[in-house]
Design a protein around this ligand. Structure first.
Ligand SMILES: Cc1cc2nc3c(=O)[nH]c(=O)nc-3n(C[C@H](O)[C@H](O)[C@H](O)COP(=O)(O)OP(=O)(O)OC[C@H]3O[C@@H](n4cnc5c(N)ncnc54)[C@H](O)[C@@H]3O)c2cc1C
Length: 619
């Protein structure tokens, strides 16, 4: 079932047994799809990931990107052929509508495909991801002329795209940006300023690059309210679609980074010679609102980047643990003739592996569900249902991004532990997974900023209904699991964690109006982690409930009416082994992680403010 990167069986379980996305195929906009087509597309994505993208993983890391003497950025050579094949396969615009050159894939289905791609090489995937996102902004807000000029060529992969927000003095605080836009008589604008850390800011994969750039029109107010967004091509495009003069966009630098070295992270200087021309996208001073469309998509993609790395690290660690022979088993301690065993036989290694498995399956469920919620919002037939599912996606976006990336860092680190000294060396891929995944905690808004977004904005959104709807989902899972033999005690553990978390959330809501409003801000990051833990507990237990029922059906069908016969089936039947693992991961998470939720909620509720009361000099 495993290709060394992603457990395809678990993907299929989530999509078709847990979320039942085949229900989406019953009517518009997904009536052209069927379960068979979906499985075929996932299989094609797997082939693309394993045969085309994966071979670029280590090579792209070793070669990295560089700025040549002509001022052009060169990406790893092996990316060129892979990028061409990826675009020819229609993957760059897979979720976009067929009317604009896409495949109209349900987001949840594409999410499963993108897990393969991200696990194979996320640095490579950055070029297509940013291009698709930037083209989508033009699709949503551009004029017909802009669409004809830029969008189609971006969706086909002929031209690249970026997102240009960050400046040296404006990172988390985007409103502090200094890039300016000066009106020209023809309605266009002269753009002047420096953007830093721009992914795919320059590259030699495409013949032109289209930059959506945040800037302030001269005279507009400070802060985010005064920001507009402009389409700035690297090379100007003539009215007949041919390439014209360079547009005064220079590369100041390519960063030397800890990871994702194949992704070109550039400083871009716009208008050094006063000749950089941009076109307004949408309305003036609506730049942040417009850019948020791309940022929200990108945040979910970063969650998938985290999942892909965690998944690949776990799959490698399990495989290695089954093969690496080291140390005699603890129960043979006194036997001088005992033989060394595969390290997966040692309890400490097994414990780490099961924690990794539970976490990978948990964050897979969180990310797939957020994608499914976006599909359901399109599919919904009533405004209430639409609002409910959009609400899930909005609420979960900061959790998908921040919780997945924080946990993926831990999973990749544990994978190195499983490999021992070999894990720390380049000979094996796990050290690269850990280096590559760390950026997921930082870009698209740091995880600290995601936590503030959750506490400060998302909890209260839609008069708190989004959180209440999610709470109802968790409560339903608890109720269903309580009725399944063998899961009752684990449902009780989720219930205890859930009550403590709901209580903390209510406390936060009441503190918002008092002088203790700093408590939620101070504890936003631990709160986000608690939310993630409760959601993982919920999705795993929901999965366990289904898996347990399937097991009973298989046992009955095969006449496995004793424990011995059932144990034997685990070794003979991969389906039984999969379902057993699904149940075990849920039980483990409920037994080991969920009981800490209540204590961590209590810690926050104590209301200690030591970090903010302590003098800066005392740090
Ligand atoms: C490899 C890479 C690729 C990138 N790609 C892009 C890209 O394509 N486009 C783009 O525009 N940007 C990109 N970025 C920039 C990235 O989004 C920023 O680095 C990030 O938003 C943080 O900004 P900063 O680095 O200035 O850190 P700062 O804003 O200085 O933050 C430093 C620390 O302070 C914390 N902090 C800041 N303000 C607050 C606050 N109000 N409350 C609590 N904590 C706070 C942060 O959480 C962080 O821990 C990229 C960065 C890297 C490293």
């Amino acid at each position: 079932m495993s290709n060394g990167l992603v457990n395809t069986r678990d993907q299929q379980f989530l999509l078709f047994e847990q979320f039942k996305i085949d229900g989406l195929f019953e009517r518009e906009p997904y009536s052209d799809f069927s379960k068979d087509i979906a499985l075929m597309m996932m299989s094609e994505a797997e082939k693309m990931a394993v045969n085309v993208i994966l071979p670029t993983y280590a090579e792209g890391d070793r070669e990295g990107c560089h700025l040549d003497k002509t001022g052009q950025v060169r990406v790893p050579k092996c990316f060129h052929d892979a990028f061409k094949k990826f675009c020819e396969g229609g993957w760059l615009a897979a979720v976009r509508s067929p009317e604009v050159g896409g495949q109209g894939m349900p987001v949840s289905l594409y999410t499963a495909c993108s897990e393969f791609f991200g696990a194979a090489n996320f640095a490579f995937l950055m070029y297509s991801g940013l291009t698709s996102g930037a083209a989508h902004l033009i699709e949503l807000y551009g004029t017909e002329e802009m669409k004809n000029k830029y969008m189609y060529r971006m969706y086909s992969g002929e031209w690249g795209g970026t997102m240009c927000l960050t400046e040296p003095g404006a990172g988390s605080d985007v409103g502090a940006l200094k890039t300016t836009a000066k009106r020209l008589p023809d309605g266009k604008f002269l753009i002047t300023g420096t953007k830093c850390f721009i992914s795919s800011g320059d590259q030699d994969l495409t013949t032109n690059i289209i930059h959506p750039v945040l800037a302030r029109i001269e005279g507009d107010p400070p802060g985010t309210a005064g920001i507009s967004i402009f389409i700035v091509p690297k090379i100007r495009v003539n009215d007949d679609g041919t390439l014209g003069e360079p547009n005064d966009v220079k590369v100041g630098n390519v960063e030397h980074k800890m990871g994702i070295k194949g992704s070109a992270t550039c400083t871009l200087i716009f208008g050094e010679d006063g000749k950089c021309v941009g076109e307004l996208l949408g309305k003036e001073r609506e730049g942040m609102r417009i850019m948020f469309n791309m940022m929200n998509e990108a945040r979910l993609e970063v969650g998938m980047q985290a999942l892909g790395h965690a998944s690949a690290a776990y799959e490698h660690a399990v495989q290695y643990a089954k093969e690496r022979i080291q140390s005699t088993p603890v129960w043979e301690m006194k036997n001088p003739d005992a033989k060394a065993v595969p390290i997966i036989m040692h309890p400490d290694v097994r414990r780490d592996l099961l924690w990794m498995k539970a976490m990978v399956e948990g964050i897979r469920a969180i990310n797939f569900f957020a994608a499914y919620a976006l599909d359901m919002a399109k599919f919904a037939q009533t405004p209430e249902d639409r609002a409910k599912y959009l609400g899930f996606a909005e609420l979960m976006t900061p959790i998908c991004k921040a919780y997945s990336s924080d946990m993926a860092c831990l999973v990749t680190s544990k994978a190195i532990d499983v490999y021992g000294g070999y894990g720390y060396c380049q000979e094996y891929p796990v050290e690269q997974y850990m280096r590559d995944v760390k950026i997921a905690c930082i870009y698209e808004g740091t995880n600290g900023i995601q936590a503030l977004d959750l506490v400060g904005r998302k909890l209260g959104q839609n008069q708190g209904k989004n959180v209440m709807n999610m709470a109802a989902e968790v409560q339903n899972t608890i109720n269903r699991a309580k009725a399944v033999a063998g899961l009752k005690q684990y449902a009780a553990k989720l219930e205890e964690a859930y009550f403590a978390f709901v209580d903390l959330t209510m406390t936060f809501a009441s503190l918002g109006k008092s002088s203790s409003f700093l408590i939620p801000i101070l504890n936003a990051s631990p709160y986000l982690e608690l939310f993630g833990d409760v959601l993982v507990g919920h999705f795993l237990l929901w999965g366990a409930e289904i898996a347990q029922k399937r097991l009973e059906e298989i046992f009955e069908a095969k006449g496995a009416d004793t424990i011995g016969k059932r144990r034997a089936l685990v070794h003979e039947d991969p389906e039984v082994a999969y379902y057993e693992g699904k149940v075990a991961a849920a039980k483990f998470f409920a037994a080991e992680v969920l009981p800490t939720v209540k204590a961590r909620c209590e810690v926050i509720k104590q209301g200690e403010k030591i970090p903010i009361e302590m003098a800066i000099e005392s740090f």
